[in-house]
Design a protein around this ligand. Structure first.
Ligand SMILES: [Zn+2]
Length: 76
């Protein structure tokens, strides 16, 4: 069974995490968001500590959650 890209609809190779046609790569995007949240939390901590704590909770969730994402459309 082959999946198609959720972004452009092109067929994806088996096991692909990113679309070769349009570059749709939700795992990479989620990892970038996670790392950004962790890094941004450092200066934010000195201004708004509660916001930094939220970022440090959301960041790891985005990093871990990125492993469950796929470039393909989901059939639940
Ligand atoms: Zn695509």
């Amino acid at each position: 069974m082959s999946d198609s890209c959720a972004h452009c609809g092109d067929p994806l190779p088996d096991g692909a995490t990113a679309c070769p046609a349009c570059g749709n790569d939700p795992r990479r995007r989620a990892r970038i968001v996670g790392v950004a949240a962790l890094l941004v939390g450092i200066p934010v901590f000195f201004v708004m500590p509660p916001v930094a704590v939220i970022l440090w909770v959301v960041g790891p969730f985005a990093l871990v959650g990125s492993w469950f994402l796929s470039a393909a459309t989901h059939d639940f």
